[in-house]
Design a protein around this ligand. Structure first.
Ligand code: T68
Length: 830
């Protein structure tokens, strides 16, 4: 029988048997026990928590696969314009809780496990984090995938399946050490290996010319081929059957180009050399700030771009034959410039393989791509040395030169022979190391360049991409970042979730987040306030317990939990926080008993990873431990002040820390944080913010009002002039005093901390810690004052959650869909 006929038969039979997976507790139980016996290969009468996790996950995976198939078939039939989200990083965290909640079967799963003698929370804790990314950019991708699925958009994500995710941070003697995160060791039930979905990716070699129908065309003869194999990760939407795909590529040796090495007779070495291919997807680069022009990094970028585009174009060609329709069916989103080789790659395919004329191909390419920038610093912009690019991807270098040639010609027409401008805007940077500027390449080709907050766009327009803005003002837009309330309230704070639903009288806010505004009218209600505080107290106790197990430090849940968790960076100013803590300690030490009675007890919590090569960031971690050592062991201070460093901060640790925080700090030097998404997660959980007016905080202030948070510090527009002043800037006396304490070795390690202190002296204080110190202390004092007024604090807390809806990734994705991608929902019937 032909395949259509076969499919019809199978479907009729299956419907007759009613074989779809059922979600009642008994059916779930049966599936779990089957998976224990047949997938995990343990006895169904004898298995532990981890095996229960594996079996439950496989049962959920089965359900995800059913929905995935239905969704993909539906998309295929409807053939809507699709979005492909290209990102080198996705920080997914754990999948079990998120999946069962989005499928709407969490309680049934908990019941099923319960009757088998297991507890859902304990089982869910068995899962390791999927940490295929560094920080904000990568977690944003994960939040956006959740929104794309929930809002029924026909979208797929593409990325790399690193064997080693972000390193594990281990603290020994107060110093950070990095350990490999071999996350696939215990298997990964959330991915589906597609051995038949694989593509050859070419590298190196040279470009030859051939005659085709009397026309000259270029042919790239590669020197190396590597196979890209697809691993699909289903992403279920909440309250919908739609389940979209995150397709990650793994590198495997290719069979296509191996004949020669095997024919030389050195069989053993030929086999061993094949393994080299796998290094391409072996490890995530742990640096989230600078680009080092490393060959492996460039290989990773091209590998994932090439495989993704082959896949996308194959799918397009399945039902279309004319490439002029390509931009009507496909939108390609570049998550920062990391995937920007996609631009010359599409040109190469259209011109060299599909034999379109250059100008027609260029017209198509210019309608396909949009870029989101996640940086403000010029040194954050990717530059690839021409020698490196030319050796790895010789044809792409030619294409980039051609794109640049036409661009320069256009510029000359537009601006005349303004050579300074031409050299600033050129895709090719001349200099000691001739390089390709990936941002310039992207802006030239993308129809839209997005910033991640309003002020970030302003900085892109006036500083980073000023010349381009003058040329193409219409290309520049912003979409303020957002985070998903499914992960950051429903999954991580179930009791707050129920409380919100109770007071709003509906769970609809989980899909329609603007409804959270409805909490505003109850913010002063004494009953809500009491319940709110109870929920928050239990979360604090859970966090206190975690802190004690991790560090042995006992903290009181009566104290204010004051938290700063994020990647360690000079611009994020964890050092400012530490100097503030030293000041607080110093003050307490100098108080008499009477004064001490008025002190608001604090537990200061800091967490985050430093890039392995970032010396200053590592010193900040050590300083945190040195100060903590002193304070925590000072019985004279006792519970009035504690300082805790939470090691190995990642998504699942965040899920525990954020709901248990009272105050959270987002204190970057103004103009340095493009957006900042951590603050949004704390806000959703009713934690008050202590923040500078930077990135999206500016918009948070507008939304919840300055009265409901604690703000301080120089403003974005003031920073350049303050820096000009240099050593003429005055810092308060307290600042000099606390810096001196560190310098003089009050916390030990005098020599080691010297460079940290030197960097704070007048002229060198680039991040303006001294300038902002006074207003920082005032904001902290305000927070203390508010904390003792329980009614006021709780009201502010409720208003924070109420105003957090605007910072949902649902809003962000809705804006992208309408204004940038031109896609519409495509909802698969249940
Ligand atoms: C972050 N960027 C921004 N970069 O710093 C943050 N970079 O303000 C913003 O909220 C977030 O993006 C989302 O827009 C990053 O996280 C990286 O991680 C990174 C990784 C590799 C290379 C460069």
């Amino acid at each position: 029988p032909e395949s259509g006929e076969r499919r019809g038969k199978a479907e009729r039979l299956f419907r007759l048997m009613d074989g779809f997976r059922r979600n009642d507790p008994v059916s779930l139980q049966k599936d779990i026990l089957d998976h224990v016996e047949f997938t995990v290969a343990r006895s169904r009468f004898n298995f532990d928590d981890f095996e229960a996790y594996q079996a439950l996950s496989h049962s959920i995976r089965d359900r995800l696969i059913e929905r995935w198939h239905d969704t993909q078939q539906y998309f295929k039939r409807k053939d809507p314009k699709r979005l492909y989200f290209l990102s080198l990083e996705f920080l997914m965290g754990r999948s079990l809780s998120n999946s069962v909640i989005n499928l709407g079967i969490r309680d049934n799963c908990a019941d099923a496990l319960n009757q088998l003698g297991f507890e859902f929370e304990v089982v869910a804790e068995q899962e390791g984090d999927g940490a295929l990314g560094n920080g904000g950019l990568a977690r944003l991708s994960a939040c956006q995938m959740d929104s794309l699925a929930t809002m029924d958009f026909p979208a797929w994500g593409y990325g790399l399946r690193y064997q080693y995710g972000l390193f594990r941070q281990v603290i020994f003697d107060g110093f950070q050490y990095e350990q490999p995160d071999y996350w696939l060791n215990f298997g990964n039930p959330w991915e589906i290996e597609r051995v038949h979905v694989s593509y050859a990716v070419k590298f190196y070699g040279n470009v030859e010319e051939e005659l085709l129908n009397g026309e000259k065309c270029k042919v790239w003869v590669p020197g190396e081929m590597v196979e890209a194999v697809a691993y699909d990760n289903p992403i279920p939407g909440y309250g919908t059957r739609n389940t979209i795909n995150l397709r990650l590529w793994a590198a495997k040796p290719s069979d296509q180009h191996d004949m020669e090495s095997f024919n030389t007779g050195d069989y053993i070495n030929a086999v061993i050399n094949r393994q080299g291919a796998e290094t391409i997807s072996s490890v995530l680069y742990p640096d989230d700030r600078s680009y080092q022009g490393k060959e492996l990094r460039l290989k990773q970028q091209y590998f994932f771009v090439s495989a993704s585009l082959q896949d996308i174009i194959r799918r397009f060609k399945d039902s279309h034959s004319n490439f002029d329709e390509f931009p009507d069916k496909v939108a390609l989103q570049l998550n920062d410039t990391h995937p920007s080789l996609a631009i010359p790659e599409v040109m190469r395919i259209l011109v060299d393989e599909e034999h379109l004329e250059w100008s027609r191909a260029w017209g198509i390419v210019c309608k396909l791509f949009s870029l989101t920038s996640h940086t403000v610093l010029p040194e954050g912009l990717e530059k690839v040395p021409v020698d490196l690019l030319g050796s790895l991807l010789p044809r792409h270098l030619q294409i980039i030169y051609d794109i640049n040639f036409f661009f320069m010609e256009d510029l000359k027409k537009h601006f005349g022979l303004d050579y300074d401008r031409l050299s600033r805007m050129s895709i090719v940077e001349e200099g000691a190391v001739k390089s390709i500027r990936m941002a310039n390449l992207s802006i030239v080709c993308c129809h839209t360049v997005n910033g991640v907050s309003r002020v970030h766009l302003e900085l892109l327009k006036t500083r980073v991409f000023k010349d381009f803005y003058e040329l193409w003002p219409q290309k520049f837009q912003f979409k303020t970042n957002g985070v998903t309330q499914r992960r950051w309230i429903v999954v991580s704070n179930p009791s707050l979730c129920s409380l919100i639903s109770k007071w709003l009288g509906t769970e609809a806010w989980i899909r329609d987040v603007d409804l959270l505004l409805g909490l505003r009218e109850h913010a002063a209600n004494a009953d809500l306030q009491q319940e709110w505080n109870m929920v928050r107290r239990v979360n604090k106790m859970r966090l206190a317990e975690y802190i004690e197990t991790m560090s042995g430090i006992k903290v009181s849940p009566d104290a204010m939990f004051d938290v700063q968790t994020k990647r360690i960076h000079e611009y994020k100013r964890q050092l400012l926080n530490l100097l503030g803590i030293i000041h607080r300690y110093d003050c307490i030490k100098n108080m008499n008993m009477n004064e001490r009675r008025k002190v608001v007890p604090r537990v200061c919590i800091i967490g985050g990873k430093a890039a392995p090569g970032y010396e200053i960031a590592k010193k900040i971690i050590k300083l945190c431990h040195a100060v903590g050592e002193k304070i925590n062991n000072d019985s004279d201070v006792g519970d009035l002040l504690k300082l805790v460093f939470i090691p190995d901060y990642n998504v699942s640790v965040a899920e525990l820390v954020i709901p248990g925080s009272d105050l959270s700090q987002h204190i970057s030097t103004a103009g340095h944080e493009p957006s900042g998404t951590g603050s949004m997660k704390f806000l959703m959980n009713g934690c008050l913010l202590l923040a500078t007016a930077d990135g999206s905080t500016i918009e948070i202030i507008e939304e919840i009002g300055e009265d409901n948070m604690f703000t301080f510090g120089a403003k974005v527009h003031e920073v350049p002039a303050l820096r000009e002043k240099g050593s003429a800037l005055t810092a308060p006396l307290q600042f000099a005093r606390v810096v001196r304490m560190v310098r003089d070795g009050y916390f030990g390690f005098k020599d080691y901390f010297k460079s940290l202190c030197d960097a704070l002296d007048g002229n060198g204080d680039f991040y303006l810690l001294g300038h902002d110190f006074g207003s920082y202390l005032e904001a902290q004092a305000e927070a203390d004052k508010a904390f003792v007024d329980r009614e006021k604090w709780t009201r502010m807390s409720i208003l924070s959650t109420a105003g957090s809806g605007r910072f949902s990734s649902d809003r962000t994705i809705g804006e992208y869909a309408e204004k940038t991608w031109g896609i519409e929902p495509c909802r698969c019937p249940f």
